[in-house]
Every structure is written in C-alpha cells, then in structure tokens.
Design a protein around this ligand. Structure first.
Ligand code: SF4
Length: 183
C-alpha cells in the first residue's frame, strides 16, 4: 500500500536556516488573516441555499479556516452577499458593511448580487456595488459550490497580499468617499 500524500503548510518567502526563518510581519499577518477569515453570510434567496451546500460536509468550507460564521458585523471580516437585493434593502446592506471593522472584504455571490440578475425591475438593486465596494464577483445563477469556493480562494489571495497600510492609503479613502462611507 502506498503511503498517503501529506501536503505541507505554505512556506513564507524569506531567509531560512537550521531552526529559524526570517520574513516580514506583513507576510505573517497576511497568511494568518487569510486562513482565519470570519464570514458574515448575507443571504436573501436561492444563492443562499448554494452557500449552505458549500458549508456542508461534501464541500466543507471549514477546510479554509472559515467554519466560524459571524452573524454580528462587528465580529466579521468577510461580507458574503448572496441573493437578490432589493433597493429597499440597499441601505441596510450598507449599514451592515459600515459596522464591520477594518480590514474587511466583500464577496458578491451570484448574478443577482453582482448585477441584479434576471430582475431588471424597478425594485431590485442592479448590483451591490451600487452601495458598497466589492472585492470579488462570483458569476452564475446560482453559482455552484465550487464557484463559491473559487471566489473564497481569490479573497484569500487578496488578503494574503494586502499591505498593512492599504486601509490608510489615499486610494482607499477615495474609494470610501465615492460610496459616501466615512473612513
Ligand atoms: S442569481 Fe439566480 S440563484 Fe442566485 S439569487 Fe439570483 S435568481 Fe436566485
């Protein structure tokens, strides 16, 4: 019987020697943050059901350090928006976003959240990026759990490589100003 393959933990860039490794604080923080994301699921309709499947045993989002869902915005750093968002709900979504502490990221899951989907009507918000900034878009109606996981992996890449000072940068402030969100 062949020995099972064991994947090793990611080795950070830096100087390595016998029993030590030198790297930067940013790289360590990025790796820690990326593997301990606390998501807030903002699920309003069918895409939310796909998210439930993504959390289930077959797909198991816990493999990415994300099994701890947060239903309080103040204890979450990834806002996952899944489903149709009506215009009436826009201000509530924005309030949830502003209650989250920095650093925070947004994953828009499914056609409705990304663009209003098939609901090109007077009452549906034509994409959540009309009210809050979005980091990664996952297309599909609904997207399969594999696509949601792909979106999560892309968020993890962003988190890993975000500099510690990005949230204080003029570019980030400008982005928040565009959405009339106080920084
Ligand atoms: S994108 Fe499709 S599956 Fe997802 S909430 Fe909209 S209608 Fe439902």
């Amino acid at each position: 019987m062949s020995a099972p393959t064991i994947s090793k933990a990611e080795v950070l860039e830096g100087y390595m020697g016998e029993g030590y490794q030198l790297t930067t604080v940013e790289k360590v923080l990025g790796l820690a943050r990326a593997n301990s994301i606390w998501p807030l699921p903002f699920a309003t309709s069918c895409c939310g059901i796909e998210f439930m499947a993504t959390m289930g045993a077959n797909y198991d989002l816990a493999r990415f350090g994300m099994e701890r869902l947060s239903f309080s915005p103040r204890q979450a750093d990834l806002l996952m928006v899944m489903g149709t968002i009506s215009k009436k709900m826009g201000p509530i979504l924005k309030q949830v976003y502003t209650q989250m502490a920095e650093p925070k990221w947004v994953l828009s899951v499914g056609a409705c959240a990304c663009s209003g989907g098939i609901f090109d009507t007077y009452s549906v918000l034509q994409g959540i990026d009309k009210v809050i900034p979005v980091d990664v878009y996952v297309p599909g109606c609904p997207p399969r759990p594999e696509q949601i996981i792909d979106g999560v992996l892309k968020i993890q890449e962003l988190v890993k490589h975000e500099t510690m000072r990005r949230r204080y940068s003029p570019e980030y402030q400008h982005l928040l100003d565009k959405y009339q969100i106080g920084g």
